[in-house]
Write a protein of this length. Structure first.
Length: 141
């Protein structure tokens, strides 16, 4: 069963926006360190960013899938397509985080740049996903 914050559009949006803002700020920190030639600091910040994505956004996604999404489908089975699309977004987010971490572990600058691309893709995907979720699932709350 999902908590009340997941069912209310404004509070759910606040959860999304806070996590996105933190990820955006951390991504900016990685870029600043890179631009300043501080690669070790950039790598450390990037590892924190991976952890952020796992503990904030992906954990939130797990809570949605285990609670809110199941509740919605039980109440209205016709919403299964909406849920399937949103769940697919979550899978893409997980893939991007895994790929970013893998690129970071490779350790070279080219791979690091590819990890940064994944972080930027995540920022875009999360906004698109969040607005779609709010529009399709939480419009009346």
């Amino acid at each position: 069963m999902s908590g009340p914050a997941l069912k209310q559009k404004d509070s759910h949006r606040a959860i999304h926006d806070a996590a996105h803002g933190e990820a955006d700020e951390l991504t900016g920190t990685v870029v600043e360190f890179m631009a300043g030639g501080k690669m070790e600091a950039a790598k450390a910040a990037a590892r924190l960013l991976v952890e952020h994505w796992r503990t904030r956004t992906l954990r939130h996604a797990e809570e949605e899938e285990a609670g809110l999404y199941q509740e919605i489908v039980l109440q209205d089975p016709d919403r299964i397509r909406d849920i399937a699309g949103l769940t697919r977004d979550h899978a893409l987010m997980r893939t991007l985080v895994d790929e970013a971490e893998e690129k970071l572990n490779q350790g070279d600058e080219g791979s690091f740049a590819e990890a940064l691309e994944r972080f930027r893709m995540l920022l875009w995907l999360v906004v698109a996903h969040s607005r779609e979720e709010e529009r399709t699932l939480l419009a009346n709350s």
